[in-house]
Design a protein around this ligand. Structure first.
Ligand code: MSP
Length: 611
């Protein structure tokens, strides 16, 4: 038996009959080509990947087609509970991508925010004894604070309770209504409050439990407004066929296509039983469904604070988005519902939706509802933001699931950041101080003439760039780390400490070797800065640059040749200290592990993030 029964009114059938799907699909113009890599400059400047001319005439002139802009979004996070590591994961990844795009010269608008309406939030507020709006203020602020601690440099933070957002949602709703895509009907089905979604009985576990939250869904019957999603079935099928890169990673496309093929059903976009939401225009007995409301945050975030909020001006400030970064659990909303809503309103589709995997604990999705979360504040306090950012981006292949283990965290961070990078820099600077008064003897270009090590670095930098462009963040980190490995190999083979002892020509060769390693470190600092901004700044400062110089770097400066003869390096100081584990004896005499702060004092340079 189908879990959902819709008893549409006569009005609804009239809507369906009058719907201009076929006429619009005939006019749908698509330029649907994404040459690899996904976000390289040439493919990007070729313009919008999806251009919908159907009913978009009002917007044609206002939607920007700016080849040097890059608008990316994280999901807007529910404020039922404070952020956990799973929510931080998407934002860290988005921040690394935003930083890479900025380094590459793009005008980036990085949007994040909080999703504050709906039953789930109202219930959470009541459980804390707060009003919904007080509760939202507190939790939304907790997100902002965490983003600051994690060096997340977002450009826009949208709250769905912001009046400008509400105005834009209402305008959008009215547009879709005017297009004949909203009708009223009775609805009966099984609802998961945690997903804020009606479910099909066939996708549920025993006792109608939601497979994600392991809690029983509740039977609901309501008189609601519906969005005529079914009318967009054909158009969506065509869109995805012609533009397969719209959904990434590519293995998620099949899933989306099979949802569409299995038949799209209209969904209810209002709630009669929920007060905490945006009232439906012309019917204040109902509020707008939280997803129909929240998705619009990607557009309302673009509207300028000093402007009267309206859809057209928000759209003209950066829509369509280049990239929606989301977790795989909310793919259907972003790759099916949202495009259909946009088509209905005559707006362009985002260029890409990337659904990453889950951080899991014991194989289960880490989440607020299951209560098996990892505390990001705790991780940041103990290990620092760079370690947290690096570990999750390096360890979890972006797109797949990844399990967390503290031992692995410590091993990876120590091996890569403290040893491969930190140690190499520190011992090279130590040698330079001892033998060359911390001053470079020659230009790095001259030092590397005819040296194969430079070619290795050049290739690895190209590789890292390609991987960043393809959103393969783990592989990008790997390529940069390979530069560090090659540097360690080089210095061990060349043994400049012995060469210095030999004097004369050998000493000169050793001085060149140090320049070569330090040049590689400079390149590592830039190439890893999207992932580890604080560490990169510290490396840069060790190389004798100022913070202002670091902030002004661009990706083009990863080209070999930045360090010049006569440049004076700073006093060698460790840039990343090892995380030490000490054995502790508890009251009961059993040994317990305690993670302790590093021995060395690392200057905590502030102000890397704009957030
Ligand atoms: N409010 C909606 C999104 C609306 S967007 C217009 C929502 N919020 S959420 O807080 O529940 O989830 C936000 C994001 O966090 C989702 O992309 C979700 O996949 C991600 N994660 C939540 N737990 C996660 C893990 N354990 N691992 C990785 N990401 C996970 O959905």
């Amino acid at each position: 038996m189908a879990a959902v029964r819709v008893h549409s009114s006569i009005q609804s059938s009239l809507c369906i009959l009058s719907h201009p799907l076929y006429s619009t699909s005939r006019h749908l113009k698509t330029r649907l080509h994404f040459p690899r890599p996904l976000f390289s400059s040439p493919s990007f400047s070729s313009g919008r990947a999806l251009f919908c001319s159907c009913r978009a005439d009002n917007f044609k002139g206002s939607e920007r087609e700016v080849s040097d802009s890059f608008v990316l979004t994280t999901p807007l996070y529910y404020v039922n509970a404070p952020p956990h590591m799973g929510s931080a994961y998407t934002t860290i990844a988005a921040d690394a991508i935003a930083r890479f795009q900025r380094l590459s010269g793009k005008k980036v608008i990085f949007i994040t925010g909080t999703d504050e309406h709906g039953e789930k939030i109202a219930t959470a507020a009541a459980a804390c004894g707060s009003s919904p709006s007080e509760h939202c203020d507190v939790i939304s602020q907790a997100y902002k604070t965490l983003w600051q601690d994690l060096d997340i440099a977002y450009d826009k933070f949208i709250r769905t309770t912001n009046p400008k957002h509400e105005a834009i949602v209402k305008e959008f709703y009215s547009r879709v209504l005017a297009n004949g895509d909203i009708y009223r009907a009775d609805y009966e089905g099984l609802y998961c409050i945690n997903c804020e979604e009606y479910k099909d009985e066939k996708e549920l576990l025993e006792n109608n439990c939601c497979p994600m939250h392991l809690k029983p869904c509740v039977l609901r019957k309501e008189d609601n407004y519906f969005f005529a999603l079914s009318k967009y079935q054909k158009l969506l099928e065509e869109t995805l066929t012609q533009n397969p890169d719209f959904v990434q990673p590519s293995f998620r496309l099949n899933e989306v296509q099979s949802w569409i093929k299995s038949g799209l059903r209209d969904f209810s976009i209002s709630r009669a039983s929920v007060d905490w939401g945006i009232p439906v225009p012309n019917d204040n007995k109902q509020t707008i469904y939280v997803w129909f409301d929240a998705l619009l945050g990607y557009i309302s975030a673009l509207s300028e604070d000093n402007e009267q909020p309206d859809l057209q001006s928000a759209v003209s400030s950066g829509w369509p988005a280049s990239l929606h970064l989301i977790g795989k659990d909310i793919l259907r909303f972003h790759a099916v519902y949202w495009p259909a809503m946009l088509l209905s309103a005559g707006l362009s589709l985002p260029k890409m939706v990337f659904g990453h995997g889950f951080l899991t604990k014991d194989g289960m999705k880490m989440g607020k509802s299951l209560g098996n979360t990892l505390e990001p504040n705790d991780l940041v306090q103990r290990f620092g933001s760079d370690a947290v950012r690096y570990f999750f981006l390096r360890e979890v292949e972006f797109g797949n699931d990844g399990d967390y283990s503290e031992d692995r965290f410590i091993n990876i961070v120590n091996a890569h950041l403290a040893n491969t990078i930190g140690n190499l820099l520190n011992r090279t600077l130590g040698l330079l101080k001892k033998n060359c008064q911390s001053t470079l003897a020659v230009d790095s270009t001259l030092a590397a003439e005819g040296n194969a090590f430079k070619d290795t670095v050049d290739k690895l930098v190209e590789k890292a760039k390609f991987q960043y462009e393809n959103l393969s963040l783990s592989s990008a980190c790997e390529a940069v780390l390979e530069i560090g490995n090659a540097g360690n190999l080089y210095i061990d083979e060349r043994a400049p400490w012995s060469l210095f002892k030999q004097g004369a020509a050998a000493s000169e060769a050793a001085a060149k070797d140090l320049v070569i390693i330090l040049e590689a470190m400079r390149i590592i600092a830039i190439a890893l800065s999207p992932v580890t901004p604080r560490l990169s700044l510290r490396i840069y400062e060790q190389l004798g640059y100022t913070k202002e110089q670091f902030n002004a770097t661009t990706w083009s400066e990863t080209e070999w040749g930045g360090l010049k003869s006569g440049q004076v390096m700073a006093q060698p100081k460790p840039v990343f200290a090892r995380i030490e584990i000490e054995a502790e004896v508890g009251d009961g005499g059993e040994a317990a592990k305690k993670v302790v702060k590093k021995k060395e004092k690392i200057p905590h340079t502030q102000g890397v993030a704009q957030a």
